[in-house]
Design a protein around this ligand. Structure first.
Ligand SMILES: [Cu+2]
Length: 537
């Protein structure tokens, strides 16, 4: 399931983000959510690893992240490894990239994870279990239920070149040569029995690097967490869904049709939630008009809805921003017309009581009212909105989650999301992609309903910020982080100089732990005079 592919990763990302910042990305991952491929990839997002001598060391992080994600994305026919890290793909082309694709049947989400660290000890060479039931055991016996997706992380603990292979499952790690480097891969334990795992470096198996994986008929309780996992509709709005520029045209009549729908959507990995939406995605569709246009809004409420819905557009001059005229019971429609008098980027949202609840459940979007003559042309435009989700279960809890009225009233969301879903914009199909040197514009809004965003892109500086989405004053320049209130928006523009992976966040970074993270990949040649590893010449 594609929707399950990346959804957990944001939590791990948070941990690794901190590790990267503190320069110890190779540290063991203390991760409560074990499938950390995206996180590893994120940790490996430092570009420009093209230096000579990198070969030996480049088995860590980068390669594995990409490889494993190839495994992960098999179902989705998505060659993430290459696309996802355009700036980093010096790795994985060493001829061993195919091993990650060895088992097209492997679901991304592992059922069982093990970490093995190579060690040279009194008993000779071997694997030492790290964490879980095998912690501290020498060449531990790995017990897994039949059918489980097994994820193995091999950590190099002795600085000697090693790998680990499970030949009966046609699975093996990369060779890792430097101390602290690691390799992660996954396979399905599709047959019952006892099978050897060992290091394939000549002589190492004989020197002691061998253990047993025991695949048993289903073990009760082993799979409980996954059993509670739920799958819902993909509600993430593709951030490239930006209508074309208005250009230099005269004012006209624009008809907009919106349908409100209530859908059980994928909130996080294994977690679903009943979203209330404009058009089945969060945020609702971006609307783009020009100043002086007359806009007819036709709001339909799906007959399948339970609730009445409506629309309040902040671009409207009139009571309720249209909400007074558009309270629409299920199966009905309402129409109203307004004139867009003032340019700007405006939030729209449902305004049916309890308004905060309708917003929190996903009912918000942006309408851009371009000034006469249009906005300056740019190479790329994106549409991103931030919102909160209040669930009864705690962050990360599996299964269908009921809305929590109490948490809404306390303004304590369990999730904070870009485009509707925890980690949604880290997914391959929704990550923002640009080329270096291009002008990039993000239309960014906060649905909220409650939290102010400190919008920031890790590794990038906004060249221009149309503060509070004021499109008629000169923009701010050279801004690191910009404030966007609930029911407010901004327009940021920048050019990425250096290739690599950049991370969209609210710099109130606790929210990253709650799912608020997106990726922006920039592709292009390295620019060592701007950013490079190592000392200056
Ligand atoms: Cu509503």
């Amino acid at each position: 399931m594609i929707t399950r592919t990346y959804l957990k990763a944001w939590l791990i990302l948070a941990v690794l983000f901190v590790l990267v910042l503190s320069g110890c990305a190779q540290a063991a991952q203390p991760n409560p959510w074990p499938d950390s491929q995206v996180a590893q990839a994120a940790a490996a997002d430092q570009p420009s690893a093209d230096e000579a001598g990198e070969e030996a060391a480049d088995n860590h992080g980068e390669g594995e992240g990409a490889d494993t994600m190839n495994v992960a994305n098999k179902d989705a026919n998505d060659d993430h490894g290459d696309d996802a890290a355009p700036a980093n793909d010096d790795h994985g082309d060493g001829g061993d990239d195919d091993h990650g694709k060895q088992d097209a049947d492997v679901d991304y989400v592992p059922d069982v994870t093990f970490t093995l660290e190579t060690a040279l000890g009194p008993k000779g060479l071997g694997f030492v279990g790290k964490g879980g039931d095998i912690d501290g055991q020498f060449n531990p016996t790995l017990v897994v239920p039949k059918g489980a997706v097994v994820q193995i992380t091999l950590v190099n603990g002795d600085g000697i070149e090693h790998d680990v292979a499970f030949p009966d499952f046609d699975a093996h790690s990369d060779h890792i040569a430097t101390k602290g480097s690691s390799s992660t891969f996954a396979f399905r334990a599709d047959k019952v029995g006892e099978f050897a795992y060992y290091c394939t470096v000549p002589g190492h198996r004989e020197a002691g690097m061998e253990g047993v994986i025991k695949v048993v008929e289903d073990v009760a309780g082993e799979d409980q967490e996954e059993a509670g996992a739920a799958v819902g509709e993909d509600i993430v709005r593709d951030p490239t869904e930006v209508p074309p520029p208005v250009g230099d045209r005269e004012p006209t009549l624009v008809r907009v049709e919106l349908e409100t729908k209530e859908v059980v959507g994928q909130l996080a990995d294994g977690t679903t939630f009943t979203y209330w939406t404009f058009g089945g995605k969060v945020p609702g569709p971006m609307i783009r008009i020009r100043e002086g246009d007359t806009v007819e809004i036709r709001l339909k409420n799906s007959p399948d809805s339970q609730m009445t819905h409506s629309i309040d557009l902040h671009s409207v001059n009139g009571p309720g921003g249209g909400a007074v005229l558009t309270q629409t019971p299920p199966g009905e429609e309402r129409v109203f017309t307004f004139k867009g008098l003032q340019p700007g980027l405006y939030v729209y949202h449902c305004a049916t009581p309890l308004v905060a609840q309708h917003i929190a459940n996903g009912m918000y979007g942006l309408i851009l009212v371009e000034p006469e003559g249009g906005l300056p042309e740019v190479d790329r435009e994106f549409y991103v909105m931030q919102g909160e989700i209040y669930t009864q279960g705690r962050t990360g809890e599996k299964g269908f989650q009921e809305f929590s009225f109490d948490k809404l009233m306390a303004e304590e969301p369990e999730y904070v999301v870009f485009n509707g879903m925890a980690g949604g914009l880290t997914r391959d199909e929704y990550a923002l992609r640009v080329n270096t040197g291009e002008t990039v514009r993000i239309y960014f809004g906060v649905g909220g309903p409650n939290l102010i965003s400190s919008f920031h892109i890790i590794g990038e500086i906004f060249d221009r910020v149309y503060d509070e989405a004021d499109l008629t004053s000169p923009p701010l320049t050279n801004v690191q982080t910009t404030l966007v209130p609930p029911g407010g928006a901004t327009v940021v523009e920048f050019t990425v100089e250096v290739p690599g992976r950049y991370i969209l966040v609210d710099h109130a970074l606790t929210r990253l732990e709650k799912g608020l993270v997106g990726f922006l990949y920039a592709e292009g040649p390295d620019v060592p005079e701007v950013y490079k590893e190592g000392p200056a010449e």
